[in-house]
Design a protein around this ligand. Sequence first.
Ligand SMILES: O=c1ccn([C@@H]2O[C@H](COP(=O)(O)OP(=O)(O)O[C@H]3O[C@H](CO)[C@@H](O)[C@H](O)[C@H]3O)[C@@H](O)[C@H]2O)c(=O)[nH]1
Length: 490
Amino acid sequence: MGSQREAAQPQQQQPPVQPPPSVLLLPLPLQGPINCFLKLAHLLTLSSDHLNITFLNAEFVHQRLPDLPTRLPRVNFSLFSDGVPGDDPRPPEKFASMVSFFENEVIRCLPEFLKSPAPATCLVVDGVFPAVVERAKELGIPVVYFSTLSPCCIWANSFLVPKLFDSGEVPFKKGMDLNEPVSDIPGEEEISLRWCDLPGICRTHDTTDPYIQLVLKECRELPKAQGHILNTFDDLEEHLLAELRSLCPNLYTIGPIHLHSRTRLEPVTEQRVTSNSLWQEDRNCITWLDSQPSESVIFVSFGSVVPMTIDQLIEFQYGLVNSGVRFLWVRRPGSLVGIEDSSLQVPTEILEERGFIVEWAPQEEVLAHRAIGGFLTHSGWNSTLESIVEGVPMLCWPNGIDQLVISRFVGDVWKIGIDMKDKCDRVVIEDMVRDLMVRRRDEFSKRADRLSKSAAQAVREGGSSWQGLHRLIQDIKFMRLQVHSETVPK
Ligand SMILES: O=c1ccn([C@@H]2O[C@H](COP(=O)(O)OP(=O)(O)O[C@H]3O[C@H](CO)[C@@H](O)[C@H](O)[C@H]3O)[C@@H](O)[C@H]2O)c(=O)[nH]1
């Protein structure tokens, strides 16, 4: 009866119910990118615009972070294999094949995300998945890149490197003096880069290497994306960002993302952001730091991928011990090339007096500790930003990728530390550790403090990174409208 009466009523035109904007996040399964993407996921879930977030995660990463669904209850996790069973070792030489396996799995399932009740309306993707990007475009899903590399390297890769490859100046010729300045940097007076400061791909001997081709392709793709998220803040790299905007007008600078995420969380729950570490953190080092004098300890950590030879380890050990400076040293399991990690011990009397060694540390917390006065780092971008946020000067020993450019910026542009590039000698290490921690400490600390304040300003309400995130969310909402008017999921 009731339904008949209703049928007789004139039909009221209801606006179609729009599903919420639905974002797919696809990070590279490595510690740095995973950390950044999880922090982005957290920031997006805090938006009052109720975005639907799906995190495309590698199975092994998810296994190592079992509390993710509890910590991020508003994020859906969708898991994919990288072709390696369970938590078996993932050596660097297998990296390319693992990424390719993972990428193919994601591509296979991508159409499924258009069929769900909240069909995907935007893909935020690490720049190293060109095949996923192609497929997403075929399916009509707008793509935003989130490259977690340093913008100074992205800038070099966009404006310098392809030209140098084309002109044959890169790869470097035998006998070339890499300490000479790169002659022709378009429109740059403030930045002096030497050949040795160029991104890691310039040191290759094989231009057909698939990784090199991938990076060059990524450089060319940059202008084609709907937008590009960068983990930086405007004050740090204003000049370079202006140039990058000439290639890709839609840049969202939302960093330092770990500070941004922390700033948004703390007022609500007054707790520290839980760790995204893929290794077990040894918190004993915090207890040890508690007993050390202020700014007396140098923190030594070379990130999650940089390998080291036993000879290099010996040089670092002598250099650190002979400097007389207290140190907290992360020795990541599996980081020594072709040798068991336990094969070189620091003498117990030194450790008792002024050293502490762990396999993995709660790095953000360590850098924020009052006992830390300097950071001996490989200059990964996340480590660099974490150090900048805490106002900690750096001694840089870069290995490749973007690290060679970053260390130059630390030493020569921001002047908040020393670039020890391409040297691994106990006497040099000893000398530079003393420079950083004692002789030039005030000079570096003053500038580092200034940058730290500027980073904090950027993520505060109304700051440049706060605005960048707000704009990103508005644009994601707009993309939803575009997708629903242009594509009908099959
Ligand atoms: O004991 C440790 C050591 C490291 N970390 C964390 O691990 C991350 C390391 O990241 P990063 O400093 O960027 O180094 P990689 O892991 O080497 O990162 C890769 O990816 C980065 C981009 O995400 C690039 O800038 C680097 O060059 C590349 O090596 C940071 O968040 C650290 O806080 C810990 O939590 N505990």
